[in-house]
Ligand binder design. Structure first.
Ligand SMILES: [Cu+2]
Length: 150
């Protein structure tokens, strides 16, 4: 009951929640979602969040969409043997029951490509996660630094 109520109001609630952002994707709890502010000429932007699976079933994110990007990828920054860094494309992200996955600078992140426009700092954008069985959207504020950095 509570869950249905929450889901029905998800969009509005998250917008109202503003800074103290916390949400829920099915049984996934989302914290510290943000998009790194980029110059107006940027061709891509990175996004971050922490996902905890509070449910009893594994949950898999198979796709991500947003209205300002033509294409969204899951990336992982890896360090090669020669010390240089590269980005690896992850096709899906499975979160086991009880597991917390952190997407943060230097590690896993969302990569928004083919930008139709570059959302500005202070703006909040909706990012939608395709979980195979359902799609749920989360509000991501655009910021210069991680929520914990201030
Ligand atoms: Cu990337």
């Amino acid at each position: 009951m509570r869950k249905a109520f929450f889901k029905g109001l998800l969009g509005g609630l998250l917008v109202l929640a503003g800074q103290g952002h916390a949400g829920e994707i099915e049984t996934l709890e989302v914290k510290d979602a943000w998009l790194r502010a980029a110059p107006p000429v940027a061709s891509s932007m990175a996004g971050y969040l922490t996902i905890t699976n509070a449910g009893a079933q594994p949950r898999t994110v198979v796709g991500i969409t947003s209205d300002f990007a033509g294409h969204v990828m899951l990336h992982e920054t890896v360090t090669r043997e020669d010390g240089t860094r590269a980005m690896r494309h992850l096709h899906r992200l499975t979160v086991a029951p009880g597991e917390t996955v952190t997407l943060a600078p230097g590690g896993k992140h969302l990569m928004f490509m083919d930008l139709k426009r570059v959302p500005g700092e202070g703006e909040t954008v909706q990012i939608c996660f395709d979980m195979e069985v359902s799609t749920d959207c989360e509000a991501f504020p655009v910021r210069k630094a991680a929520p914990s950095d201030h």
